[in-house]
Design a protein around this ligand. Structure first.
Ligand SMILES: CC(C)(COP(=O)(O)OP(=O)(O)OC[C@H]1O[C@@H](n2cnc3c(N)ncnc32)[C@H](O)[C@@H]1OP(=O)(O)O)[C@@H](O)C(=O)NCCC(=O)NCCS
Length: 179
């Protein structure tokens, strides 16, 4: 499925589209920072990160249709990176899975990461189920770790090791293999 997807670095031309996604309530309502981001803040963020080789800001496309945004940080061969992601608001059901699978293939093959880590607010049932579906293990919970609008939120921590991801890919390619 992810073979049909393209993962590429975001460019200046993508910035208005990515800002509109990030500010959409379906996305920012689940982020650790939920305030609306101004165009100026967004441009300053991109100016800071675009030449930083340890960070990757990516768009995943299916054909010419953008599925969403993914970032990995910090990135180095054999490294351990956090990821963040959102599907394009209004994208059809299944878009998140394609986005996640393509992004993880990129992380473990092209970037050579050892491990990808994710965090989700406890109320983000979609993201928690999404991480589990993609093969992430829950590695802990940070109780009342994040304060948003005067409410404390517990964070679920997830991790996926490269070896486990490669093994799951082999099983998908050879479902009858015993080892
Ligand atoms: C998380 C997200 C990428 C999932 O995208 P999506 O297009 O809904 O994903 P899919 O339709 O491919 O569903 C993939 C899996 O996600 C989970 N999921 C998606 N929506 C769900 C929901 N409303 N309730 C529970 N689980 C849900 C399920 O495990 C689903 O698999 P299933 O359909 O086999 O049950 C999307 O909801 C999103 O961008 N959310 C806002 C941003 C965000 O939360 N980012 C992560 C911050 S930690």
């Amino acid at each position: 499925m992810s073979d049909a997807c393209i993962v590429r670095a975001i460019t200046e031309d993508d910035l208005p589209m990515v800002l509109a996604w990030r500010n959409h309530l379906d996305v920012r309502g689940y982020m650790l920072t939920q305030n609306e981001i101004s165009l100026e803040e967004h441009l300053n963020w991109f100016a800071r990160v675009k030449d930083d080789k340890t960070r990757q800001q990516l768009i995943v496309l299916e054909g010419s249709d953008p599925l969403g945004f993914v970032q990995f940080n910090p990135v180095c061969q054999g490294g351990i990176a956090d990821w963040g992601f959102y599907a394009r608001p209004g994208a059809p059901k299944g878009s998140g899975s394609k986005l996640g699978q393509a992004a993880l293939a990129h992380a473990f093959k092209a970037l050579g990461l050892h491990k990808v880590c994710g965090q989700a607010i406890e109320s983000n049932v979609a993201s928690i189920a999404f991480h589990q579906k993609l093969g992430f293990a829950e590695e802990g919970r940070l109780r009342e770790q994040k304060r948003i609008s005067d409410q404390y939120h517990t964070l679920f921590c997830f991790g996926l090791l490269a070896k486990d991801w490669h093994e799951s890919q082999l099983k998908q390619e050879q479902p009858n293999a015993t080892n």
